[in-house]
Each structure stands twice: as structure tokens, then as C-alpha cells.
Design a binder for this molecule. Structure first.
Ligand code: PGA
Length: 251
């Protein structure tokens, strides 16, 4: 059985004060949850404070991005070791906003995945098609290519430290979530691809989250799909009550 994993990506939101208040409120709301892995993913500058507030609780902390080099002259970038140093367990890599707003490509994303694994961080690797790609019937091709390229060089014994997040770009922040059937269809496709790239056994154990306008009203139905193993939540993770409700829906 795959343990559900719910992560809240705060994106470029919160303040020094509200980030700590948010994790403290969430801590109280989900303190009895043991059957779901939970993570919050604040902006870099609040990671240390949020990790300190979450220490000893059932809430892990992740970062929204990372750079693949170890250290040196890379102005503005953050290394895997720095993330670990401030208490991160997870790191989101290849989020659609990094792909489509900042311009990251699969080869860079792949380098980040490999560096994170090597450093002992757990990547949440995001894949997903644009609306035009879905309408052109290219969803499977796009998701297959992204997944294959971004996992290149990941060894079999590293794979289960990765979570894949299927996030159709047209569903992110739009209020228009994929239907549970649409999510399930792509999750099955990704799992079959992983079985082909690795093995059926690893594919059966790999967690695949859905992301894109997930909210309390649709969480149970999405997680209820056989191959949807959790959620990567944006907007709805900024309200402790809403996010806690979604975590409880996964119990
Ligand atoms: P959303 O974002 O829940 O606000 O649509 C999801 C994500 O980008 O991970």
C-alpha cells in the first residue's frame, strides 16, 4: 500500500510572521494524523523558521526549487546542502511555473533531481501538459517525455525517494481541476511508464500526486482514485483549515 502524501506549495506567498502562524495552525489541526505524509513548502527565506516551528511534529518541510551545483559562484541560487541545513526533507523540482514562467527545461530539471537524490533530499518531480497539448491529444506524449527525461540517470534504488506530481498546467491556479477520471488516466499512464523504465514492483510502490486546483471540495474524490496517491496543493494550502481538511480526506 502506498501511504498518501499531501504537500502544500505556498509559492511566493506569506510573510515571516504569517508563514510561522500558518504552520503552527496546521500543526494543531493535524496533530493526530499518522496515516498520511504531510509537507509544507514555504518560500526559501522562511524555510528555517517554518522548519523550526514544525520540528518534532508530523509536518515535514520542503523547498520550491534547488540548484544542482554544490556551492560557488551561482548568484541567487540555493544548494541541496543549504536546504538540508535548514531542515528540508523534500524539494519540488520542475514545477510548471518554473518550466513555463522561468523557462526551465527537462535537462536542467534532471540535473536538479539527480543532485537532490545524491544529497539525500526527496524530490517532488512535477510533470504536466499545457491546455493546447491536451487539446491536440498530446498529453501522453508530453508527460512521457518529461518523466523519462527528468528521471534519466536515477538508479532503481533511488527511485522510491522520488514522488511524481502530475499537474496539468491548465488546472493550476485556474479553479478548473482535472476530473478524477482524467487524473487517474494519466497516473496509470505514468505508472506503466515507470514499470517499463524500472520494474512493476517499483512502479507499484512509487507515489504519484495530483496537483491543480485541488481543494477541500474535490480532494476526497481525487484521492479516491486508485492511482492518485496524494495531492500537491497550491492555493488551498494557504488556509490551515482547508489544507487540514484535505489531509484528513486522505486518511
Ligand atoms: P493550485 O496549485 O492548487 O493553486 O492550482 C497547484 C500547484 O501549482 O502545485
Amino acid at each position: 500500500m502506498r501511504k498518501p502524501f499531501i504537500a502544500g506549495n505556498w509559492k511566493m506567498n506569506t510573510t515571516a510572521e504569517s508563514s510561522v502562524a500558518l504552520v503552527n495552525a496546521l500543526k494543531a489541526a493535524v496533530k493526530d494524523v499518522t496515516t498520511v505524509d504531510i509537507a509544507v513548502v514555504p518560500p526559501f527565506v522562511y524555510l528555517a523558521a517554518v522548519a523550526k516551528a514544525a520540528a518534532g511534529s508530523n509536518i515535514a518541510v520542503g523547498a520550491q526549487d534547488v540548484y544542482f551545483e554544490g556551492n560557488g559562484a551561482f548568484t541567487g541560487e540555493i544548494s541541496c546542502d543549504m536546504l538540508k541545513d535548514v531542515g528540508c526533507k523534500y524539494v519540488i523540482i520542475g514545477h510548471s511555473e518554473r518550466r513555463h514562467v522561468i523557462g526551465e527545461k527537462d535537462d536542467l530539471i534532471n540535473k536538479k533531481v539527480l543532485a537532490a537524490l545524491k544529497a539525500g533530499l526527496k524530490p517532488i518531480l512535477c510533470v504536466g501538459e499545457l491546455l493546447a497539448e491536451r487539446e491536440a491529444g498530446k498529453t501522453a506524449a508530453v508527460v512521457t517525455e518529461q518523466t523519462t527525461r527528468c528521471l534519466a540517470g536515477v538508479a532503481a534504488d533511488q527511485l522510491l525517494n522520488v514522488t511524481i506530481a502530475y499537474e496539468p498546467v491548465w488546472a493550476i491556479g485556474t479553479g478548473r481541476n482535472a476530473t478524477p477520471d482524467q487524473a487517474q488516466e494519466v497516473h496509470v499512464m505514468i505508472r506503466k511508464l515507470v514499470a517499463k523504465l524500472y520494474s512493476q514492483e517499483l512502479a507499484d510502490k512509487l507515489r504519484i500526486q495530483y496537483g491543480g486546483s485541488a481543494k477541500p471540495a474535490n480532494a476526497a474524490e481525487l484521492i479516491g482514485q486508485k492511482d492518485v496517491d496524494g495531492l500537491l496543493v497550491g492555493g488551498a494550502s494557504l488556509k490551515a483549515d482547508d489544507f487540514a481538511e484535505m489531509i484528513k480526506a486522505a486518511q
